[in-house]
Design a protein around this ligand. Structure first.
Ligand code: SAH
Length: 350
């Protein structure tokens, strides 16, 4: 990167905005931080800030590719289907999904039009390198996806969208915001404009829920299904915000735009938002159970037979980490959002 396009420090821009407009509502702060964070780096992998499932084992993307093939079959094998991913990172998941589809379902691979929803120019370039020739277009959001039946994948995407945090005080509901003391950013509160109906404290992913509602409305209207995987809970958390930098926890206010800010996804609210927008919601189911149902142990065993022993160890360790209850197996969850009437997608049967 040349210094020509070196951006101004985000902290200075935020302090300037607070100086003129007053304390910044936390969700705006989180949106600004993450836009800067993802626009200026590839945060994935051992040298980055965090590691995700597709970067741990190729089996993850392959199984999600197989999931797409199965849902495409239940849609009646349309000649053209949008195969979209939201927040595709390095493009690894999509590359693994397409490689599997090419091999086991070439008619699906020929029907699939790959569209990526990604705002980071750095990651768009990484995705282009990984998927060269296969990407029909990139989008900033789902609104610009072409018409037609859609299969959409989103792994660790919703957790990056901004959340609001509400606190009930003696003087009524307040909302978390960011203020300035000297040169430092500090926590403060502002009056809450549209507080939750109950409870003493609550976190609400308004941006994620609006995104899910738009996706669900589209699926109900034009057909298809989406698979959303993330870490989260089912209802009612007060503060799940975390900042991560170099694989270690960081202070969310210390260096805006330099740490990854995420919050747990409220899967009960996601499923409710999908249903309210006219789609069916399946799950959430724990990631461990979901990946076991899709055949992660078996797929891993097949890959291990063809792998050197060191790689085989890594593949086994990754599969265990993705499925184990005390690692990612329970905290991570999968939910499917589908056009009404579609058979229950793989991995969601009761
Ligand atoms: N799914 C990938 C990457 C997860 S990181 C994986 O599992 O490895 C989050 C991804 O979402 C990154 O690609 C990031 O650039 C993208 N992203 C974050 N906020 C976004 C937004 N508001 N709109 C579109 N993409 C966003």
């Amino acid at each position: 990167m040349g210094d020509r396009d070196e951006p101004a420090p985000l902290g200075a821009l935020i302090r300037a905005e607070i100086a003129t407009a007053g304390p910044m509502r936390f969700d705006r702060y989180m949106a600004l931080c993450n836009a800067r964070y993802y626009a200026t780096r590839d945060p994935l992998g051992r040298g980055g800030d965090f590691v995700t499932a597709p970067e741990m084992t190729q089996a993850f993307g392959e199984l999600l590719g197989a999931w797409c093939v199965a849902v495409w079959q239940s849609l009646g094998r349309p000649d053209a289907v949008l195969l979209a991913e939201a927040g595709p990172g390095r493009g690894t998941l999509m590359a693994d999904a397409l490689r599997l589809a090419d091999r086991v379902a070439p008619d699906f691979a020929a029907a699939a039009r790959v569209h990526l929803i990604e705002t980071s120019p750095v990651l768009r370039t990484a995705q282009d390198l990984r998927l060269r020739g296969r990407v029909a277009a990139w989008h900033d959001g789902i609104e610009t996806l072409p018409e037609g039946p859609l299969l959409l994948l989103a792994n660790e995407f919703l957790d990056a969208l901004p959340v609001r945090q509400f606190l009930r005080t003696e003087h009524g509901w307040r909302e978390r915001a960011v203020g300035v003391e000297g040169e430092r950013l500090v926590w403060t509160t502002i009056p809450a404009s549209d507080p939750p109906a109950s409870g003493a404290a609550a976190e609400r992913g308004d941006a994620a829920l609006a995104w899910v509602a738009a996706l669900a409305a589209r699926l109900a209207r034009q057909g298809g299904a989406a698979l959303v995987i993330d870490y989260g809970h089912e209802g009612g958390a007060a503060d799940t915000l975390q900042a991560v930098r170099g694989h270690a926890p960081a202070d969310p206010l210390a260096s805006p735009g330099e740490a990854d800010l995420t919050a747990h996804v409220d899967f009960a609210a996601v499923a409710a938002a999908a249903r309210a927008a006219g789609a069916a919601a399946h799950g959430p189911v724990p990631q461990g159970a979901f990946l076991r149902a899709l055949g992660l142990p078996e797929r891993t065993a097949v890959l291990c037979r063809a792998a050197r022993s060191e790689t085989a160890h890594q593949l086994q360790a990754a599969a265990r980490r993705l499925m184990d209850a005390d690692a990612m197996g329970l905290l991570f969850k999968a939910v499917a959002i589908a056009q009404p009437g579609l058979p229950t997608p793989p991995g969601f049967a009761a």
